[in-house]
Design a protein around this ligand. Sequence first.
Ligand SMILES: [Zn+2]
Length: 529
Amino acid sequence: MTVKNIEIYDTTLRDGAQAEGVSFSAVAKVQIAKRLDEFGIATIEGGFAASNPKDMEFFRLIKKETLKNSKIAAFGSTRRANIAPEDDKGLAALLEADTPVCTIFGKSWLLHVTDVLQTTAEENLAMIADSVRFLKEHGKEVIFDAEHFYDGYKDNPEYALSALKAAADAGADCLVLCETNGGALQEEVAQITAAVVNAFDIPVGVHSHNDGELGVANALAAVNAGAVHVQGTINGIGERVGNCNLSSVIPNLMLKMGLDCLPNAENLKQLRALSQFVYEQANMRPFTKQAFVGDSAFAHKAGMHVDGVRKVPHSFEHINPESVGSKRRILISELSGASNVFLKAIEMGLELDRKSPEVRDVLKQLEQMEKEGYEYESADASFQMLIKKVLKKHQSFFELESFSVTVDRQGATPGCRSEAKVKLSVKGESIEADGSGDGPVDALNHALRDALSQFYPTIADVVLRDYSVRILDPEEATAAKTRVLIESGDGKATWGTVGVSENIIEASWEALVDSVEYKLFLEEEKTRK
Ligand SMILES: [Zn+2]
């Protein structure tokens, strides 16, 4: 028996772009489309053909690219009421987008036809049929998105099905059932999808939303009921709380249900990188607790779990993390036993004997540092530096000679200027650099990176993604210490570092130094391989 193919239809660039706070430039959209193509997504919905010039610009730009796996779809609606398809601006824009696939949405819930669209039941069916036929006559592959299908079917199954029939009879290539409001439960989705699959002999698809936290579950339920086309977005970004998350649907379909949805099963290993890339382009912080691809997806903290995965990985892991390009992480905290430290060292590529005095030394040092206020759970990179230091495998890439920071405000108008000066000794040379920024830490970061970048050009790739501060021991105000956590990234990886001091600038400096040293270690390891 051959494995069934599921067509993955990505709408990150259209429905995903409707998410609060997300706005992709046409160029960013092209970058994302190229990554989706590389990954092996079957169809990429590029945007709303009629609505904005940015989307039309995308359609123009993407034509210049040679895509290996993906077809581009333009999105639009059925013609307006009481007008010929030839005279409809939306349909004209779909043709102008010049894509092989056109996806049009139409009404299948009678309530929407009469109360929202304010037309008649018959005219709506004619709008669907005319629009599909018009696009077919122009040689397009036509996907019909039946908006509010599940709610419409629950309200009036005959009418909902007649909307699909209008599209199918006019030549639609695929009927997509939209769970537009995101409130349906899996059983309903399964039953209704099965009824549609039985009634039509063209492919049926599903487009679900996550309002009931069931976007993925509903898509899988539809597939179980016979759907062969799944729409969603990378990381589930989209309107309100989001769309069906393709970053979860795809591994579930492939690894749990044994279905094929990529041209090459090996591509699944690019999933985490794709997820991170889309977060970068959307200017969003990655959701660390995201299934399959989040930083915490395979992070183990409790000593017993850590011991378990060391002996048998699947004792506490539902899949092999590498199959989706993720990595197992061992979290280090005061709860950690020797197991965690030992595994962390292995994760770092250090040879260590579990019962060796070194592991004990690391534990002792860890205990001491935690007493002083350090916390390593979200500061992996600092922990790695700590181990290297205890094992005397740490090598400094530079030494600090001095730094100074000034913050200057003039008059009553809000707004400060921050300047920093850093003096380092690098490879035997003394070097000085200035930096300015929104705040003192930003200025210090710029000065540090400026000083280092002439010796280590890859430092330029590192960006600070997050900065958080906690005041420790607030009851002893004079001795209060500040803990600074910094999250850095270079577009491929993210890492956390920590610094502690009575002075917030010094704590920040410590975390900054660990962050750049970690990056330099990564680079050095790469050249050694
Ligand atoms: Zn949608």
